[in-house]
Write a protein that binds this ligand. Structure first.
Ligand SMILES: Nc1ncnc2c1ncn2[C@@H]1O[C@H](COP(=O)(O)OP(=O)(O)OP(=O)(O)O)[C@@H](O)[C@H]1O
Ligand SMILES: [Mg+2]
Length: 501
């Protein structure tokens, strides 16, 4: 027998406060979008119904970012707790806050300076600043910002009134901002970042955005000409927003109960793979099958089966809504960034007990989802095959065409490109180069002020592709094909000239 005891003798204790450098490591899992979602969480908890995210641009490039809300604001005492790392408050039953960390972790992950400014009706506005680089080299000393500066920041030209109360967060030296003054690069960065942020916030808060509890706008302010650019509203992106359910008796709610826990699985079926943004979500693969965990209406996790089933191409149409309340007795845990849920090993056992009123189990749902997917594929494969397009169309348009039309095998894709023509013809079919050429002299008009690029004017290109793709097939151009090309050329060239006038 080996000697072993649970008890460990100790003789005294020593005080080991954390080194402020731990701050360097918090929020490491954040991206700009998830960090902004954390600030929006706080605005929602403060009963705000408007949020604006503003990028600040000067001749030096992008320099700062603001997030303003019209929520309840903070007084002197609360703002100190708010700035405290791990400073928790009493949380209500619908609060999104939980760890007392979000604001700091999100901000420190993105910026070298966080300023929190807030005001309450009839009180002096208050402001605090943390600079994580400085905090981590000193003790936890926080700068108190003058109330006249805070008042001036609130008095800027904001798109909604936060005079009675509101909170304004400011990030300087945002690490993700490109270190350049090149206009094109900044435009490209803003374009990409605003799109990603709209998608992420649109998805995370889709329930709030859809029923009007919340409105979020994103804008860019060019300080030199003092004009805020166009506001981009964040639209709800509902992963269950299919036009019609895949089957009439779906969505179906399955209820699981075990050891006093009760969890509802609301099982949905998309009718077919779709190119709607709600189906494709944040990337183009459009395969976001699995469980969607919500806590207090905020989406924590989109997709993944958590051991309930293996990921399987044939389950593409299956998405399940699960409302949970944060940490539940070892069943679920959310990460501090609130961008993921972890489930305990009991979870799969709980899921196996799920039943609908009519007796349907999750296994039955998976079978139905697979059958529906096979049927949707069969319908597509009955369509006449076409040569698919290659270079010239945006990847998502090409992906849709791949979803909708079976491909003619072992033939190169049709490239769609611009060229200088000697005449006015709108297009030219080049079977040797497997290319559909468009006449460059109509390009500017078709772009209507937008930047050109390899994948520009997708609508015109798609229409033309659908019209002419078939003439790229076969050994020779038949008589009928030649006549068709002549007819299309005559009509489209006249139309292009008419449009140019
Ligand atoms: N926009 C805001 N309006 C009013 N109060 C705010 C705002 N942002 C933060 N606060 C206050 O600051 C506190 C700390 O925010 P922080 O995000 O760090 O933690 P939390 O929201 O309590 O929890 P979690 O870590 O889960 O986000 C909040 O509890 C709230 O009292
Ligand atoms: Mg928070």
């Amino acid at each position: 027998m080996v000697e072993w005891t649970q008890e460990v003798p100790t003789e005294r204790s020593v005080m080991l406060p954390p080194d402020p450098r731990v701050l360097d490591s918090i929020g490491r899992n954040h991206s700009l979008e998830t960090a902004l979602a954390d600030l929006v969480d706080n605005a929602v908890d403060a009963q705000a119904n408007r949020v604006v995210i503003r990028f600040i641009r000067t001749q030096r490039g992008l320099v700062a970012l603001y997030v303003l809300d019209n929520g309840c604001g903070m007084a002197e005492e609360t703002i100190d707790t708010a700035m405290t790392i791990g400073g928790r408050r009493e949380y209500g039953g619908s609060d999104l806050g939980h760890f007392g960390l979000g604001l700091k972790a999100a901000s420190f992950s993105q910026a070298r300076s966080l300023i929190v400014m807030s005001r309450l009706a009839g009180q002096q506005p208050v402001g605090r600043r943390w600079r994580p680089g400085v905090v981590s080299r000193s003790d936890f000393r926080c700068d108190v910002v003058t109330s006249s500066f805070v008042a001036a920041e609130f008095d800027r030209n904001w798109p909604f009134d936060s005079a009675s109360s509101g909170t304004l967060i400011r990030w300087d030296d945002v690490s993700a901002f490109p270190a350049t003054t090149d206009t094109m690069q900044i435009e490209a960065y803003l374009d990409h970042t605003i799109t990603l942020t709209c998608q992420h916030l649109g998805l995370t808060f889709h329930r709030f955005l859809a029923d009007g509890r919340l409105r979020i706008d994103i804008e860019v302010l060019d300080v030199e000409n003092a004009l805020p650019g166009a506001k981009v509203p964040v639209d709800a992106l509902d992963p269950f927003g299919y036009p019609q359910s895949g089957l009439d008796d779906y969505p179906k709610t399955l209820i699981a109960e075990m050891d006093g826990h009760r969890v509802e699985f609301r099982c949905h079926l998309w009718p077919k793979p779709s190119n709607l943004p709600q189906f494709r979500l944040l990337d183009r693969s459009g395969d976001h099958q699995g469980l969607y965990f919500y806590r207090r209406d905020r989406l924590l996790q989109s997709g993944g089966w958590y051991g309930v089933h293996a990921a399987d191409r044939r389950l593409k149409l299956a998405r399940v809504e699960v409302d949970i309340d944060g940490d539940m007795g070892g069943l679920f845990q959310m990460n501090p960034e609130k961008s993921r849920v972890q489930t305990g090993h009991e979870f799969a056992r709980l899921a196996a007990t799920a039943r609908a009123h009519d007796g349907t189990k999750l296994s039955g749902y998976f079978e139905v989802a697979e059958r529906l997917f096979r049927r949707s594929q069969a319908r597509v494969s009955r369509r006449t095959a076409m040569i698919h397009p290659g270079q010239g169309l945006p990847p998502r348009v090409r992906a849709t065409i791949q979803n909708e039309i079976p491909a003619v095998r072992s033939v190169d894709p049709i490239a769609i490109r611009w060229d200088n023509f000697i005449d006015d013809a709108f297009f030219r079919i080049d079977r040797d180069a497997q290319t559909l050429w468009l006449n460059k002299r109509y390009r500017k008009m078709l772009l209507g002020g937008k930047h050109g690029g390899l994948n520009d004017v997708p609508l015109v290109k798609s229409l033309l592709y659908l019209l002419v793709a078939n003439v790229f097939e076969g050994e020779y151009l038949g008589k009928k094909d030649k006549d068709n090309i002549e007819m299309w050329q005559s009509i489209l060239t006249t139309a292009a000239q008419a449009e140019r006038q």
